[in-house]
Design a protein around this ligand. Structure first.
Ligand SMILES: Cc1cc2nc3c(=O)[nH]c(=O)nc-3n(C[C@H](O)[C@H](O)[C@H](O)COP(=O)(O)OP(=O)(O)OC[C@H]3O[C@@H](n4cnc5c(N)ncnc54)[C@H](O)[C@@H]3O)c2cc1C
Ligand code: SF4
Length: 490
């Protein structure tokens, strides 16, 4: 533990963001630099708890009190070694993780939690600056070949681990550039893409073979992959969006969120000249109150939308935890993202009834009704509030109500992987019903988070390594995590 009374002496402080009126003119990250002295104070707030709940809250099992201590003592080499031992890509999670570790930080019981995510990002960036993160190819090769299909955080983590174990890893990606939703989903104002490129360059230097523009199942058949490689990891994400299924949802101007966000990232990355979906001067309605919806707000504001409204079926959450949602549970409180700060109206407890349109087939409005949530037979159900039906002007609508599971394109079947009723593939300890094929990330667990995808990639890599070599010396989480995993996989 660094400073004995740091948590009394210093308040939580995180980087100031650029003014919303300024930052909506560009797509760069929104935070201003944070001094090392201030960071030292933040690390000093860690109490080095005997039972560090933060550590348990992190899906990767990040060893948080230890790296906080190293940062306090300015031992950057030690800090990055500790962080790298559990997390392949702290430069990603340090920027875009919702930080479940902070939600379970003991200090959060009656004070603001330790700024763990900021400390993580700072360790990663300082380590790059000092040249502490450099290519470290494996000393020996095993002669085994592994194909990883899908280059999101799950595939990248699996490839990184398996390469470190000495296997020859080829990572296939259908898109032009690797990164999955890090590249084509999460907006640049949350994660600038040079951060991904920097990591990919390192992995290439370490020996990972990247094959972009290669859709497995089309450019190369599943059988060829199975014949050419000793093991396969499928990490193709959960790309099947949930539909709204209301009248008028086929009008021009009604889109799934990812159609808009993915194209915007391609424009910024120089792959497209302009986004064919423009929010400029339009009344934008976003259906879905989650993070993807929030990303649509940030992007629509940058386009210069006339108005932005975000709709959420569920009631407005409280500002503070309630007695039914105590620490260290994930706080079910109102989240105000940086995109919300930039301007949007948020409406809760609202049901979408139908889109209206004009003769040209373009959307012009969205009819809504307020709802009331009540407990019925032990379950929460909603009722429409009579007399509240109204139609809002709408020139552009984004549906952001989640994902159902992997794309239904026959890929799993081609690899001989059986699925469950909910369309997710069956798996046991990351191994599919085809023993040679392993699964990781959103395609296995359903729509989730980057931190979980990295964790899945790492754990799947252990199982692949064991399958190929009989045992594995790759690091893995303790077995109690697997019990939870099995429950998820069903
Ligand atoms: C808009 C948006 C914003 C988000 N923001 C955050 C956030 O701020 N923080 C957070 O933690 N999480 C966020 N998430 C969730 C997070 O991005 C995902 O949980 C995570 O990326 C899942 O990783 P993955 O590797 O499993 O899959 P993905 O990232 O989806 O990657 C799958 C990859 O597989 C490729 N692929 C698919 N089929 C094939 C094929 N047949 N052949 C070759 N390649 C194929 C795809 O092109 C893709 O590149 C966000 C999600 C979205 C949609
Ligand atoms: S729970 Fe919070 S205070 Fe305790 S060790 Fe973890 S980061 Fe430090």
């Amino acid at each position: 533990m660094g400073a004995k009374e740091g948590f009394i002496q210093f308040k939580r402080e995180t980087p100031v963001s650029r003014d919303p009126s300024e930052r909506i003119n560009d797509y760069r990250e929104i935070y201003k630099p944070f001094s090392e002295e201030k960071l030292n104070h933040q690390a000093a707030r860690c109490m080095d708890c005997g039972v560090p709940f933060c550590h348990n809250g992190c899906p990767l099992g990040n060893v948080i009190p230890e790296f906080n201590d190293a940062v306090y003592n300015q031992e950057w080499g030690q800090a990055i070694d500790i962080l790298r031992s559990t997390n392949n890509f702290p430069e990603f999670t340090g920027r875009i993780c919702p930080a479940p570790c902070e939600a379970s930080c003991v200090l959060g019981i009656n004070k603001d939690p330790v700024a763990i995510e900021l400390i993580e990002k700072s360790i990663a960036e300082k380590a790059y600056e000092l040249g502490l993160i450099k290519a470290n190819p494996p000393k020996e090769r095993t002669g085994k070949r592994v194909a990883v299909v899908g280059s999101g955080p799950a595939g990248l983590a699996a490839a990184d681990q398996l390469n470190q174990a000495g296997h020859e890893v080829t990572l296939f990606e259908k898109d032009a550039k690797v990164g999955g939703l890090l590249r084509y989903g999460i907006p640049d104002f949350k994660l600038e893409k040079w951060v991904i490129d920097r990591r990919i360059a390192l992995m290439e230097e370490e020996g990972v073979i990247f094959s972009p523009n290669t859709e497995v199942g089309k450019s190369i058949k599943a059988d060829e992959i199975l014949n050419q490689f000793d093991a396969v990891v499928l990490s193709t994400g959960a790309a099947q969006p949930r539909s709204l299924n209301i009248q008028g949802d086929k009008y021009k101007g009604v889109h799934f969120a990812m159609e808009f966000l993915g194209k915007q990232n391609r424009v910024i990355g120089g792959e497209m000249a302009e986004n064919p979906i423009s929010a400029q001067g339009k009344h934008v309605i976003i259906i879905g109150g989650g993070d993807t919806g929030s990303d649509c707000i940030g992007t629509s504001n940058r386009h210069g939308a006339a108005s932005i409204t975000q709709l959420e079926l569920l009631p407005k959450p409280p500002k503070q935890r309630t007695v039914l949602n105590p620490w260290p549970e994930w706080p079910m409180t109102l989240k105000t993202s940086s995109s919300h700060e930039e301007g949007a109206e948020r409406i809760f407890s609202i049901l979408t009834k139908k889109f209206t349109g004009n003769e040209a087939g373009e959307v012009t409005g969205l009819t809504l009704v307020d709802i009331e949530w009540k407990e019925k037979g032990g379950r929460m159900a909603f009722e429409e509030i009579p007399g509240t039906e109204r139609t809002l002007p709408c020139d552009l609508a984004f549906i952001a109500i989640g994902y159902l599971g992997p794309a239904q394109n026959g890929l799993l079947q081609a690899f001989g992987v059986e699925t469950m009723e909910n369309s997710l593939p069956k798996s046991k300890n990351y191994q599919s019903t085809n023993p040679k094929v392993f699964l990781a990330g959103d395609m296995r667990r359903g729509q989730s988070l980057v931190v979980w995808a990295i964790s899945e990639g790492r754990e799947a890599a252990v199982k692949v390594d064991e399958y190929l070599m009989g045992s594995s010396s790759l690091p893995q989480k303790d077995s109690s995590f697997f019990e939870v995993e099995e429950q998820i996989a069903g």
